[in-house]
Design a protein around this ligand. Sequence first.
Ligand code: GRF
Length: 197
Amino acid sequence: MLRIAVFVSGGGTNLQSLIDETQKGTINGEIVLVVSNRLKAYGLERARKAGILAECIKDQDVLLKRLEEEKIDLIVLAGYLAIIPDKMIELYRHRIINIHPSLIPSFCGPGFYGLHVHEHAFQRGVKVAGATVHFVSEVVDGGPIILQEAIDVSKAKSPEEMQTLVLENIEHRILPEAVRLFCDGKLKVENERVEII
Ligand code: GRF
């Protein structure tokens, strides 16, 4: 059973989908720590309600130490808005998973997070949107892609509606699926490409 840490900064609906799946036993992993850089992040409350250790940590060295103390095997970024230092990326190479609410390489990189992603996509008039789960590398949203899924957003009347379509129909499913595949040892990275074995 792998030991998973989840980092959040906001409402934590992606965290909730992971909590639900791990507690149903559909993933060979256990969320043992939830961390936020924001004291008031509702994701911390979701963790506490599920009986999971929830800590607000702003200092990167303290965070690294806690990950070591908790013997973390996998870090999942679920709406985490602080920068992951290169030292952590190096220590946890191909063991940090992030979910981004667009079909990378569209609408990603510095400044493209949360609703901003959908504002740009809506403004551009995209007919299809989606989400991407990828390993974290030193390039923001540039790590090896694990899973992607698209959805028709041509009827969306606002960026908020687009965000909800992507969040509820795609993100909440492909993030747990990517974690499941990782915990089952089915993700192989070669030349920056992920193969599901
Ligand atoms: C999601 O849209 C996710 O793709 C992005 O941040 C948002 C987090 O939402 N990384 P929540 O906090 O999981 O509800």
